[in-house]
Design a protein around this ligand. Structure first.
Ligand code: SAM
Length: 241
């Protein structure tokens, strides 16, 4: 591992209160992930961020802000994992988790699975649309926690994600500055889907360009999701619940 990478990684993680995840072994894996991501990015658009001063805070630290909220050995589904966020950073710092990545773009899923395999990270992946996969009993109401970052507004995301959460489990929506406002707009839908908004954790993500607003929206699954949900994507988007 290069000393320059370690110094930058350790500084950004410390600035963001993520000291518990700073070690040479973890930094080495993040450096490896960076190299693999940038290599894939030459032929497939998986990230617009290509320099360390952006990748470390805006991808790695941002994803790890959720790490200490996940119960030990939990089953976790990352809906719309794209190029591997948050699933790959979480697989590095929380090897106890049973992580599954879901995305509708098959080539992104191939990148995520092959990167994990090459790095010795244990994850599963599935290429499918969330609203279709949620009808499959092997996936419906099977996860302790469902995570999603940068996929849809909460009043659409709730219908894509809550059907996968076990009763008693949680949806954690990783949001930006508009998180609290999105929650207000989604409250009725969340209830119809068997969820209950539990709390919103707002904080500043420290980046090279200054602080950026973030919100983790925690929604508890308190009742089964009625069979009619999720609807087809067109209906979800056109008429959010
Ligand atoms: N979560 C990643 C991140 O934070 O970098 C990727 C975000 S990217 C902007 C949104 C991803 O969600 C895309 O890869 C897209 O294919 C996926 N996606 C959108 N709608 C989906 C659906 N209904 N089912 C599965 N994946 C979906």
């Amino acid at each position: 591992m290069s000393q320059a990478f370690y110094d930058q990684f350790a500084a950004v993680f410390a600035q963001n209160g993520l000291d518990a995840y700073i070690s040479p072994a973890v930094a080495e894996q993040f450096e490896d992930l960076t190299a693999r991501m940038l290599e894939t990015n030459r032929t497939m658009n998986i990230t617009a961020l290509t320099t360390l001063d952006k990748i470390i805070p805006l991808h790695f630290a941002d994803c790890i802000t959720v790490a200490n909220r996940l119960p030990r050995s939990a089953t976790v589904l990352d809906v719309g994992c794209g190029g591997g966020f948050p699933i790959l950073p979480l697989a590095i710092v929380r090897p106890d988790l049973h992580l599954t990545g879901l995305d509708s773009t098959e080539k992104k899923i191939r990148h995520v699975q092959s990167t994990a395999d090459a790095m010795g990270l244990r994850i599963s992946t599935v290429a499918a649309r969330a609203e279709e996969l949620a009808a499959d009993p092997a996936y419906r109401e099977q996860y302790d926690v469902v995570l999603s970052r940068a996929v849809a507004r909460l009043n659409v995301l709730d219908e894509l994600c809550l059907p996968f959460v076990k009763i008693g489990g949680q949806l954690i929506a990783m949001k930006g500055a508009a998180g609290a406002e999105e929650l207000t707009e989604a409250q009725i839908g969340i209830q119809k889907l068997g969820g209950e908004a539990e709390s919103t954790q707002e904080f500043d993500l420290q980046t090279a360009a200054g602080p950026e607003k973030r919100a983790l929206i925690l929604i508890r699954k308190v009742a089964p999701t009625p069979r009619e949900f999720p609807r087809a994507f067109g209906a979800i988007k056109k008429r959010p619940l």
